[in-house]
Design a protein around this ligand. Structure first.
Ligand SMILES: Cc1cc2nc3c(=O)[nH]c(=O)nc-3n(C[C@H](O)[C@H](O)[C@H](O)COP(=O)(O)OP(=O)(O)OC[C@H]3O[C@@H](n4cnc5c(N)ncnc54)[C@H](O)[C@@H]3O)c2cc1C
Length: 405
């Protein structure tokens, strides 16, 4: 499989694919097409250190600008692919340019869900956080004493809350479900994170949805909440999940369903088109999942690069994730979907703790809060397929490492 590779999407997976091919000494021509006007960069700091003002853009980028020409990787920025002609093996960009491909990779990522205009989602001062531009606009709003409403108690919302409190804003976070982190973590993890946010002065209102945002001269001014109360706000961050960017794939007839459907080699229903990262729906332990993480974007892209370069190794996702909030590092190994039992283990130092997830008696994931040892052990156990001894987990004095012996 040689000839021109066109990569649509200049993000985490798109860059990792090109870089891995070059690391494998694959010299095919590569063109990366990206909608944004900046060279590829990592997103996680956008809701953490970059938003705090503690990291500049140069440190976000994967490689400096000159890496691309030096590695014969053509980078077309501020360019949007509008159409894929599979018969002609050609993509069309928004300005009508046509680019031929032999192999096409879709690494288009995902888009944050927004609020409809009917509830004030179109007012000025209402933000989502996905790219550098969003973070730059938000950074301009983050001034001490201002009132921020965050809608959604997932990782992005909680990380933004932590940054805003650090910068001295008044923060209210509302979550429609009965607790924060409902979709992604156990109650025990949510309970710890709630207490940490409250201790830092964030107001967390669970079981509370948005009725509507109220504007004045087109700018958000207040929020009417589902419990009948109204709060004054200066700006709003909406963190209510993402949807995969799979429209382009759907329009050209590829199999799509909550993401672009790929096999274990990251191939779509068209053998010359691959998809990876947030936009891909992949097979995993007998089911189909979509993973929204750096680990998956990089590992799946690198696995696809190896396949393109001639290997026949299937991608076996080993999910891991992290979130930084205040001085808390939450690290997650595994995928807790379908868990029916949890075990909480206090860590060796104050404020550290781990939550171990089981499904039908089998260990599937661990959340480690300021507990690197629990994270590393859990990750190794999952990778090796070893079941942890619950007696050791339940004994805070026992050394976790003995389970790996
Ligand atoms: C604020 C924030 C914090 C995060 N924190 C973490 C974290 O702590 N840990 C973690 O593991 N993950 C985190 N993530 C998730 C992680 O960044 C994503 O899972 C990862 O970036 C996915 O990589 P990707 O290449 O699939 O998509 P992206 O990196 O989003 O790249 C997709 C690119 O494709 C472009 N594009 C889309 N359609 C087209 C088109 N038709 N033509 C041209 N270009 C197009 C987009 O503009 C975008 O630049 C975070 C994400 C965000 C937004």
């Amino acid at each position: 499989m040689t000839g021109r590779l066109v990569i649509v999407g200049a993000g985490q997976a798109g860059f990792a694919l090109a870089a891995k091919l070059r690391a494998l000494k694959d010299e095919r021509p590569i063109t990366i097409i990206g909608l944004e006007n900046v060279i590829p960069y990592q997103r996680p700091p956008l809701s953490k250190k970059y938003l705090l003002g503690e990291m500049d853009f140069e440190r976000l980028t994967f490689r400096p600008q000159n890496w691309y020409p030096e590695n014969n990787v053509e980078l077309l920025l501020s360019t949007y692919v509008e159409e894929i002609d599979r018969k002609a093996k050609r993509v069309r960009t928004q300005d009508g340019a046509l680019l031929d491909y032999d192999t096409l990779a879709l690494t288009t990522g995902s888009t944050p869900r927004t609020l409809p205009a009917s509830v004030g989602g179109d007012l000025d001062g209402v933000y989502t956080v996905r790219d550098k531009r969003d973070a730059d606009l938000l950074a301009g709003e983050m001034r001490p004493g201002r009132r921020l409403l965050i809608i959604g108690g997932g990782y992005i919302g909680l990380e933004a809350a932590a940054v805003a409190r650090h910068l001295g804003l008044e923060v209210t976070l509302i979550e429609m479900a009965d607790r924060i982190l409902q979709r992604v973590a156990a109650k025990e993890t949510a309970d710890v994170m709630r207490v940490i946010h409250q201790a830092h002065g964030a107001v967390i209102r669970e079981n509370t949805g948005l009725h509507r945002l109220v504007g004045e001269n087109g700018k958000v001014r207040a929020a009417e909440l589902s419990d009948g109360s109204t709060i004054e706000v200066d700006f709003v961050i909406v963190g209510i999940g993402v949807t995969p960017n799979d429209q382009l794939a759907q329009d050209c007839g590829l199999d799509v369903g909550n993401g672009i459907i790929v096999d274990e080699f990251a191939r779509t229903s068209d053998p010359s088109i691959f998809a990876m990262g947030d936009c891909a729906m992949l097979p995993w332990k007998g089911r189909r999942i979509r993973l929204e993480s750096v680990q998956n974007a990089v590992d799946q892209a690198e696995a696809a690069a190896a396949v393109m370069a001639g290997a026949n190794t299937p991608y076996d996702a080993k999910p891991w994730f992290w979130s930084d909030q205040y001085d808390v590092k939450l690290q997650i190994a595994g995928f807790n979907m379908g868990y029916d039992e949890t075990l909480v283990r206090p860590g060796s130092r104050e404020g550290s703790l781990s939550v171990w997830y089981f499904r039908e008696g089998r260990f599937i994931a661990v959340d480690a809060i300021n507990d690197a040892k629990a994270y590393v052990t859990g990750k190794k156990l999952l990778e090796a397929g070893i079941e942890p001894a619950k007696t050791i987990l339940a004994d805070p004095a026992a050394d976790l490492k003995q389970m790996l012996a």
